[in-house]
Design a protein around this ligand. Sequence first.
Ligand code: AMP
Length: 271
Amino acid sequence: MKIFKSKHKLQKKILNIKNISFVPTMGGLHRGHISLIKKSKTFKGKILVSIFVNPKQFNEKKDFLSYPRNLKKDLIILKNLNVDFVYIPNVKNIFSFRAKNKIFLDKSSKKLCGQSRRGHFEGVLNVVNRFLEIIKPRYIFLGIKDFQQSYLINRHILKKKINTKVIHCKTIREKNGVACSTRNNRLNENQFKIASNVFKYLKTKKKLIQKKISNFKLLKIKKDLINLGVTKIDYVELYNVKTLKRPKNKREKFKIFIAFYLNKIRLIDNI
Ligand code: AMP
């Protein structure tokens, strides 16, 4: 496993490698990240994992500073997974050059997390666009846990005709249903239980909505979630997974999207 901090050294090394599978992360690796890497191993070529906590996608500096980091442990995990290359740039390394492509922000970026975290997706696309230009991967592996993120990155890649294919990967969960997340490290036992109850509640709700779409009663759902112990709800929405619009009938493929707080910890999921 080769570790790179410099963009130039990385580019020199991978210049002639055609099939690169790229797994971008912000570190604090867990089973969700590991599943992406394992998926990338089923494709031909070399695997490149990046670890970069992108300041531009955090709308609160405090959130950026308190984001859990554990580089030493991450590198052990990556080595055990036989990853070929790890790229750990610093902020200057990523932002000090002019990107060729301008970012394309689909209008659905204004919804869900785009509404509650202003500038978040501009920040995400800015950095992913740069990574794509540096690495020129054949594939990029993204988790649908961050559904809107993978949706918007895919829209950007298609619009800009970038020669990289998005591989959407399923959400990995803890035994109690909570989606694995670096932020889970900050939950106490009671908060972890509440997060699990939120998941179970929404799963049951989804089944009812699949029977009858009018079972999606936003106000009631919000009230129930608060009663479960949720501190604050950024959004809970029912959207068609292709259009990110409210479905009109139960035959459409839809998901419930949620972002909520347990005390100061913000969690997102889609069920
Ligand atoms: P992050 O380090 O949180 O930026 O995530 C890096 C990648 O891992 C993104 O593509 C995420 O969608 C994906 N990811 C995060 N959590 C999970 C999970 N529980 N299951 C599957 N993929 C995940």
